[in-house]
Design a protein around this ligand. Structure first.
Ligand SMILES: [Zn+2]
Ligand SMILES: [Zn+2]
Length: 389
């Protein structure tokens, strides 16, 4: 560990420099053009041969050890959010309306730092390390596109980190089992027929039917599944109506489903469609349903967890590996881990010293306490080295 500590310290300034650049140049999901070019250039400067445009703007690179062996995939996401940053940092976003408010700049910088250390240590392991810089996490499509083009094919293990602002810097949260929920997005269009509001029987009221659908949906999680298996249906959009005295001819409902098991997920998505069609028919309207799957639930592999927990303690010290609160938010690292067994560690990035670092992710003032960077880099390095010994 002391050798590793020394190597990571050696690259500390570089890691910060990478993070500042990335933080100043946030790009939306699926449009990480400059970010990926920057990442590729940094990898080339280390003597690696990166592959660009992997499943969009993804970048991968291999670090070969001294002989044949297993392959470990280390993943960081790179995309930012459509927000106007209010941190007031010297390295604030230069791209209007875009900000790294989830900490993906920190993940990318930490993996670049880890890559430098691992390149230097290439004679200390056998096998290979696949560095995976994934685009498009925030819109839930990046990991799947990445896997579709064969990135990480044949890898034996996967590992990733995410910053966590409500966890103090110096701690890491990781669970034996589930950490994040699956995420699906649904759109329901109810088609009715206009009429004067004084003659509802001559029309078909899409607004009324939609209101009934919204209410009925909550019954699905309350009545149709085991209450000890958490799940959520959230409706964020309901649009209907053209005038106060006109029966609405169309209504649109948009929402999301979050679950921890594939069975519950399939059941709820099926019942949402049944509910929409059934309620719509009752009021002489029709319903059209579209469901988009963003990611499955993120569930750490039990064996990999058992192997990783001691490494985390090695990096942050005994007692600083804590249980991760279950989150109904999603992360598409889950799609990678479904193919390549792995774990996902949440790295504490909050402290009193940095006011913005305790704000929620996806808010304009979000910041990190930079001391989380060497911890994240250390976790990447430790997990790769220990699995490839
Ligand atoms: Zn996010
Ligand atoms: Zn994130």
């Amino acid at each position: 560990m002391s050798e590793l500590r020394g190597i990571i310290d050696k690259y500390w300034e570089k890691v910060k420099e990478h993070r500042y650049w990335l933080h100043q140049h946030p790009e939306p999901s699926g449009q990480e053009k400059e970010t990926s070019a920057y990442v590729a250039q940094v990898l080339r400067d280390m003597g690696l041969e990166p592959t660009e445009h992997v499943g969009g703007y993804g970048v991968t690179a291999l670090i070969q050890g001294k002989g044949p062996g297993k392959c470990v995939g280390l993943r960081a996401d790179m995309d930012a959010l459509p927000l106007t940053e209010s941190t007031g940092l010297a390295c604030s976003s230069l791209n209007p309306g875009m900000a790294h408010s989830c900490g993906h700049d920190a993940h990318t910088a930490a993996l670049l730092g880890a890559a430098r250390a691992l390149k230097q240590l290439e004679d200390n392991f056998s096998g290979e390390i696949a560095l995976v810089f994934q685009p498009g996490e925030e819109y839930g499509k990046g990991a799947v596109l990445f896997l579709q083009v064969g990135a990480l094919e044949g890898a034996d293990r996967s590992f990733g980190v995410h910053m966590q602002s409500n966890l103090p810097v110096g701690q890491v949260a990781m669970n034996l089992g589930a950490e994040n929920a699956s995420v699906d997005h649904f759109t329901i269009r109810i088609h009715g027929r206009s009429a004067h509001v004084s003659t509802p029987e001559l029309g078909a009221d899409a607004l009324y039917a939609a209101a009934q659908v919204v209410t009925a949906l909550q019954g699905l999680v309350g009545r149709l599944k085991n209450p000890t298996d958490p799940a959520l249906i959230g409706v964020g959009v309901l649009r209907a109506g053209e005038g106060y005295n006109i029966v609405a001819r169309e209504a649109v409902i948009e929402g999301t489903v979050r679950c921890f098991s594939e069975e519950t997920r399939a059941m709820i998505n099926g019942k949402i469609a049944d509910t929409a069609r059934g309620v719509a028919a009752l009021y002489n309207t029709t319903a059209e349903i579209e469901t988009e799957s963003f990611t499955r639930a993120l569930i750490n592999d039990a064996r990999v967890y058992a192997e990783t927990a001691p490494l985390v303690e090695k990096v942050v010290g005994r007692g600083n590996l804590v249980v991760k609160e279950l989150s109904l938010g999603g992360d598409d690292m889950a799609e990678i881990m479904a193919v390549v067994p792995g774990v996902y560690a949440f790295v504490g990035s909050g402290s009193e010293a940095v006011p913005g670092s305790r704000l929620a992710h996806h808010t304009p003032g979000f910041d990190i306490d930079e001391r989380c960077l060497p911890i994240a880099a250390g976790l990447y390095v430790e997990s790769a080295l220990s699995w490839l010994k």
